[in-house]
Design a protein around this ligand. Sequence first.
Ligand code: FES
Length: 101
Amino acid sequence: MPVLTILPSGHTLTVAEGISILSALLDASEKIEKKCEGDGKCGSCHIFVHDGRKTVSKMQRAENERLDSIVGVGSKSRLACQTMLGTENVTIELLGFNSGL
Ligand code: FES
């Protein structure tokens, strides 16, 4: 099972393949903002995926369009609710309010 490493805390989770990063975080009681039902509409679950970008699900058009409206988006940006875990380890960074800083 893949390991999800969460920055900046450094927490690690052993996660199930095929679930969203948002679900993995919520199942582990990690703090992440979520203002919609996890359907890619609010943009509050914006994260950076530092490692494992090739193992997670590909970005779909709706997610890409939602990210286009968010300040601070970069090449590592994803919405945690729209990003499904694959078979390899992934490192993410929680941003802003989600970071706990
Ligand atoms: S939780 Fe709303 S876009 Fe991800």
